[in-house]
Ligand binder design. Structure first.
Ligand code: DOR
Length: 432
């Protein structure tokens, strides 16, 4: 890798990165490349550890019409990701050791490393806790019923009591179904203007508050998926201040889009949790700047054109996001007309690389998240902050095209992605 600014958890420096046999062997200015070395041009670019997405729906098994491990990881690589966590709301759900093994097998040779998340309850039905120990033995570190929250508090308590001693993390999609029933979009000024039934912020906050009480009681760690309201941010802030073992993620779409888009009635803007108000978005961005949000996670949720062209009320929630995430957060926090000074590169890449890597246990198992130093695993993302581009949702490597950013102008783009020393994306083109 020639030129560029290297960024990792230890800071910034200019320099080349030399890779051999999947490992970084030298970092510095003016490296002499051995004969026959493939040299990737990175001048003017940021060279960061490969990005890590802790919230990706790869849809296999059961949803292959929308995505496969192969197509989803190719989209991930194009977005700069070298590792993703595959969500377990597949069909059947990833709720057994056999199901975990099945996805792990599918992921061999994929364009990104895949860590498999397990469900918390059998069939994600919210009643019986999965065999946590057996699944943990296969390397599962995160368990979630994502797509829905665990509605029964006592089931979650039991799962936390079993998870704590195993050293694994339960991740919650906070949504009290009794409070969202019938709601189509965020309950706020826009839903009221159009008379559309809403899903209140309280549906997320009530479950989050309950979960925090259970974390306090059991001492087991929890991760909160796609936190989307100002109230949730305050709950997480108070929990962290009290020393509870909790982490939280935000999605690019909750950071940059609002319920005004959902009010258009276009199902591309239907997502769970729903797009919230402008002030919720501002609170999330402030929380990212303050280091309160541990990870920015895509919640890449592919759905076929067939299903997404249903009327808003019937269309499934979800949007793809792997290929646009880094450029969106770059514009939101660094290059765009933000409300504050640009966020530092270390702080920005922390949220998309090494903090999520640590959360998913991908740092020490597979060396994701850096640092970029001799001996480290060569998982790299090269981002060109000067390559402006316009999102074309039909041009995605994902099998689904449900991006809400079609036609949006973004100011930077992923140029190369290196997975274990192998250039899987070169000059914006997938190599596998
Ligand atoms: O919008 C969403 N779509 N939110 C989720 O939590 C699940 C996801 C999906 O699987 O489609």
């Amino acid at each position: 890798m020639r030129g560029g600014t290297v960024v990792d958890s230890t800071g910034l420096r200019r320099g080349d990165v030399l890779v051999e046999d999947g490992r970084i062997v030298a970092v510095g200015e003016g490296i002499a490349y051995p004969l026959g070395t493939t040299v990737l041009e990175a001048s003017g670019c940021i060279v960061a550890p490969g990005l890590v997405d802790i919230h990706t729906h790869l849809r296999e098994p059961g949803g292959e019409a929308a995505e496969t491990v192969e197509t989803g990881t190719r989209a991930a690589a194009l977005g700069g990701y070298t590792a993703v966590v595959a969500m377990p709301n597949t069909d059947p759900a990833t709720d057994s050791a056999a199901a975990v093994r099945y996805v792990q097998e599918l992921a061999r040779g994929a364009c990104a490393d895949v860590a498999v998340a397990g469900a918390i309850t059998i069939g994600r039905a919210g009643r019986e806790v999965v065999p946590l120990a057996e699944m943990t033995a296969l390397g599962v570190r995160l368990f979630t019923d994502d797509g829905s929250g665990v509605q029964d508090g006592d089931v979650l308590r039991r799962a936390l009591e079993a998870a704590g001693p195993l050293g694994v993390v339960l991740a919650e999609h906070c949504q009290d179904d009794t409070l969202t029933a019938g709601g189509l979009m965020h309950d706020g000024a826009w839903s009221r203007r159009f008379g559309i039934p809403g899903q209140p912020a309280a549906a997320e906050e009530a479950m989050l508050a309950r979960d925090l009480a259970l974390v306090r009681r059991t001492g087991a760690p929890m991760h909160f998926l796609h936190v989307s309201t100002a109230g949730s941010v305050e709950l997480v802030r108070a929990a962290k201040a009290a020393g509870l073992p909790v982490t939280a993620e935000a999605t690019p779409h909750h950071l940059v889009l609002t319920d005004a888009s959902a009010a258009s009635g276009d199902p591309l803007f239907k997502v769970a949790p729903p797009l919230r108000s402008a002030s919720d978005g501002a609170a999330l961005r402030a929380a990212c700047r303050q280091g309160l949000i541990d990870a920015i996670a895509t919640d890449h949720a592919p759905h076929t054109a067939e299903r997404k062209k249903a009327p808003f009320a019937d269309a499934p929630p979800g949007m793809i996001g792997l290929e646009t995430a880094l450029a969106l957060v770059w514009d939101a926090f660094v290059a765009g007309p933000g409300e504050d000074a640009p966020l530092g590169l270390v702080e920005l890449f922390a949220m998309v690389s090494w903090r999520p890597a640590a959360l998913a246990g991908l740092d020490w198992d597979h060396g994701h998240g850096g640092p970029i130093a001799p001996g480290g695993h060569a998982h790299l993302c090269v981002f060109d902050p000067t390559e402006a581009w316009t999102v074309d949702r039909r041009a995605t490597a994902s099998r689904s095209q449900n991006s809400p950013y079609d036609g949006m102008r973004l100011s930077g783009r992923v140029r190369h992605t290196v997975l274990a020393g192998d250039p899987v994306v070169v000059d914006g083109r997938a190599q596998r």
